[in-house]
Ligand binder design. Structure first.
Ligand SMILES: [Zn+2]
Ligand SMILES: [Zn+2]
Length: 250
């Protein structure tokens, strides 16, 4: 038996071991459509479902990014938010909901990489990350950080910051008050719940700088509004927001 054939056998054996290990480690069904998962697909979600992710496309409100709006939406025209612009990558629909759930609550950190790729591939041209001085993830309270083990926004922000060579700051905007999860509350309660939750430390660092805030999901905007209001106390030159997902009704 030639050495080439032995190495081929070893290669096949290793591939089989690897595939068995993967099948063992990952559930065989897609979390979204329950189709059989190919070994090569993104774990837990099949390629078809992954392709179903719906990305936001212009036109959108110049400021808040609400889809299907030319210029400014009524809300931004009458009482504009304090951020310069808010952009989101995709709608918070089935596949992305599942991916974010796996990432955030089931702690499958492998999704950080997949989701960062998604952001990088679809970042709007009017929100290019390289033009900012700093990237700031929306912080979670240290109690939640202990429970979850990581801040999902920080992992996303890190991936984006690294790719674009922009500095990420995680100790300037901090969450100094523990709040109940926003997702458990209605619209008005969210606003009340989040008031006073953030604090800016060492404000001189971002004074006169261009800052991009990163979060995973934009729902009512209460969290982002509160974080932006707090950041303005440091008098930055610009504050914009980028979120991975955006709920349909916002
Ligand atoms: Zn599927
Ligand atoms: Zn708007």
């Amino acid at each position: 038996m030639g050495s080439k054939s032995i190495s081929l056998q070893v290669h096949h054996l290793l591939r089989d071991i690897f595939e068995t290990a993967v099948t063992f480690l990952y559930p065989a069904e897609c979390r979204v459509c329950e189709a059989f998962l190919e070994v090569t697909s993104i774990p837990y979600i099949c390629a078809n479902c992954w392709r179903d992710i719906q990305f936001l496309e212009p036109p959108w409100c110049d400021i808040c990014g609400t889809p299907d709006v030319d210029g400014r939406c009524d809300q931004c025209a009458t009482s504009p938010p304090r951020y310069g612009k808010l952009r989101s990558i995709a709608f918070y629909q089935t596949t992305l909901q599942q991916a974010i759930h796996l990432f955030k609550f089931e702690k499958k950190q492998i999704f950080a990489q997949q989701l960062v790729q998604l952001i990088k591939a679809h970042i709007p041209t009017d929100c290019l990350v390289a033009k900012y001085d700093f990237i700031l993830p929306v912080p979670i309270h240290r109690k939640r950080l202990r429970e979850r083990g990581f801040n999902q926004a920080t992992l996303l922000a890190k991936g984006i910051a690294q790719a674009e060579n922009v500095t990420i700051l995680t100790d300037i905007l901090v969450r100094h008050r523990h709040t109940v999860a926003q997702s458990s509350l209605g619209m008005e309660a969210r606003q009340q719940n989040i008031i006073g939750a953030f604090e800016v430390r060492n404000p001189h660092v971002i004074h006169n700088k261009r800052v991009l805030i990163i979060d995973d999901v934009f729902t009512t905007g209460a969290t982002v509004r509160e974080a932006v209001n707090e950041l303005w106390k440091a008098d930055p030159a610009e504050v914009d927001v980028l979120t991975l997902a955006r709920t349909l009704n916002t």
